[in-house]
Design a protein around this ligand. Structure first.
Ligand code: FES
Length: 581
């Protein structure tokens, strides 16, 4: 129940004029300019974070969703108040969307705090938006429900189903290799994203939506309903009505839903869905806001126990709409009973078991596999350690080449994303298919913003010979839609003195995923000599620190990948003391 001693509705968070009644008088005077009645203004208030933007095609359905949410709020007797926040689209954010995630989290958190609302509906979807909103509501701790915008429908080309953006990369690779001409790739370009909504493979947006539902922060099936379907609007209306009820009850609050158990459930689901590596970074950021650490060793152990059950690209064959019609997250949770804790709470006030029990059983579906017949016998990701990654690195083993899971090769090093861009296709580049491509200065601070550059392209001359995969290592991230034998999030990053900074062309690198090792075969004395020669530079090619604005704040404050790349001043101190570390 809401606290009778705490102000509700329009009385919350009054502007400071030194006279509370005058503050309320003034607030009501101004809001009445919108034509609102005293009856409306006396209701509990539900804020709706609107992330529509002409720059964000993934959120093209947000106006309709907001309309449906408002309808739900009003049908339940509360007052909806829509407000804008930053919106981030992957392809329209320079230098990277990750660079802006924390800004969006700060914007959303402060707007929830600053404006009067008894509950909030967070409408998000494109990769960084829901993580930013979860971080924000974890800190603001106002009752909240997430409404994902939902996935796009699939596209079609030459009788084949296409999806952003696994097929973007695959077919661009074919074009680079000379097997798809300019006219064909243009036609593909028109078909990859045929509707509003988020990428319809198990990329970062789908991963985060599934984890959000599995953490109980969104209504059942809301992760997978296609963006353009009527059910999506009905789910938005129901979320609005739920938020109105939460506003009256005063809960549950995000800290009561996103418990340590819920965070662990999210880790299990991340492994079982063949989820994006970005999901791990964002989960660490959300956990940090709640005072917890994501234990990478525990995550790796789960990866040995939890099989990949979803047959979705990039680990499998299908798309999000197929997952939806196979039963969505509730059906998956039922399959994962015992691995996930179904007694975890949800925004509905019950438990995850309610979601699982109500799951639709679809006979003959082959998208959500039974535990006895998984897509992969192991989880989506493995965590690697070694002298190249003292605090860990991640590989999406479910989307890697089995033949490269143990590999020894010669390092071919790029000092930055720019250096890689300039040299990767140089016919004179000394590179062979069994080499290991290394990219540094692409981490949270070094790039900055940890771009999705970890999917280094196969050098053109090798692509033209038919090479489709190579071992690649970096302190960068990778799109959840990508595939390949790619080691990411090397921590600490080279820009803060991590070992990638001392790798040289020709060094031998050993990758051993079954043994969870990533090693540079250079003796300690030589590594110490190289480190001393670098001095304060930390890493060859490191960029100068920015001097002003958000970039300077980012450079000073961003944490490493294992800590979620949040800002140090946004994370409560207890997160660093968490016994689970
Ligand atoms: Fe928005 Fe993929 S670009 S979800």
């Amino acid at each position: 129940m809401s606290d009778p001693d705490k102000p509700q509705g329009l009385r919350r968070g009054l502007t400071s004029y030194g006279d509370a009644e005058f503050s309320l008088f003034l607030r009501k005077a101004f809001i009445k300019a919108m034509g609102l009645s005293d009856d409306a203004l006396a209701r509990p208030v539900v804020g709706i974070a609107n992330t529509f933007s002409d720059y964000n095609a993934c959120h093209g359905n947000v106006p309709k969703l907001v309309e449906a949410i408002k309808r739900g709020v009003m049908l339940a007797g509360a007052l909806p108040m829509e407000f804008p926040t930053i919106s981030i689209h992957e392809s329209f954010a320079h230098p990277t969307s990750m660079f802006l995630r924390n800004l969006m989290a700060m914007d959303t958190e402060e707007m929830i705090r600053a404006q009067p609302m008894d509950a909030v509906v967070l409408v998000g979807g494109c990769d960084k938006t829901i993580p930013a909103q979860l971080m924000a509501c974890a800190s603001a701790d106002v009752p909240a429900v997430v409404v994902p915008v939902g996935p796009m429908l699939v596209g079609h080309y030459q009788g084949e189903e296409l999806g952003a953006c696994t097929d973007c990369r695959r077919l661009w690779g074919e074009h680079r290799g000379g097997r798809l001409d300019a006219q064909a790739i243009e036609r593909v370009n028109e078909r990859l994203a045929p509707t509003p909504g988020t990428c319809m493979v198990m990329g970062t947006a789908s991963t985060i939506a599934c984890m959000t539902e599995a953490m109980g922060m969104a209504l059942p099936r809301s992760a997978s309903i296609p963006a353009t379907h009527a059910d999506r609007l009905r789910s938005a209306e129901a979320s609005g009505a739920l938020a109105a009820a939460m506003a009256v009850r005063g809960g549950p609050k995000p800290t009561q839903v996103m418990t340590k158990v819920a965070l662990r459930n999210a880790m299990v689901v991340l492994q079982a869905i063949g989820g994006s590596t970005n999901g791990l970074v964002h989960l660490a950021a959300v956990a940090g806001r709640l005072g917890h650490r994501i234990d990478l060793d525990e995550f790796d152990r789960l990866g040995r126990e939890v099989p990949v059950l979803l047959d979705l690209k990039p680990s499998g064959a299908h798309y999000m709409e197929h997952f939806h019609w196979a039963g969505g997250v509730p059906r998956l949770l039922r399959e994962l009973d015992g691995l996930v804790d179904l007694d975890a709470p949800t925004v509905l006030g019950g438990t995850l078991r309610d979601y699982a029990d109500a799951a639709e059983e679809v006979s003959g579906q082959d998208v959500i596999r039974p535990r006895g017949n998984p897509i992969k016998p192991f989880g989506s990701m493995a965590v690697l350690h070694g002298n190249l990654a003292p605090r860990g690195a991640v590989i999406k083993q479910s989307a890697a080449s089995p033949a490269l899971m143990t590999h020894r090769g010669r390092a071919v090093v790029f000092d930055s994303v720019q250096d890689m861009t300039e040299r990767i296709d140089d016919p004179a580049l000394d590179v062979a298919s069994d080499d290991v491509l290394v990219l540094r200065n692409a981490g949270p601070r070094g790039a900055p913003g940890m771009p999705e550059a970890g999917y280094l392209p196969i050098p053109r001359k090798l692509a033209q010979q038919g090479v489709k995969d190579m071992v690649r290592i970096s302190d960068a991230r990778m799109s959840g839609t990508a595939f390949g034998t790619i080691v990411l999030h090397v921590t600490p990053e080279s820009a803060v003195g991590g070992p990638l900074g001392v790798v040289q062309d020709g060094d031998t690198i050993v990758l051993d995923v079954p043994a969870r090792r990533i090693e540079l075969l250079v003796d300690d004395a030589e590594l110490a000599r190289r480190r001393a020669a670098l001095g304060a530079r930390g890493s060859p090619g490191a960029a100068a620190a920015p001097e002003r604005g958000y970039a300077a704040l980012f450079h000073r404050s961003v944490l490493q990948a294992d800590e979620g790349c949040d800002f140090d001043f946004l994370v409560p101190a207890r997160a660093f003391e968490d016994a689970s570390r």
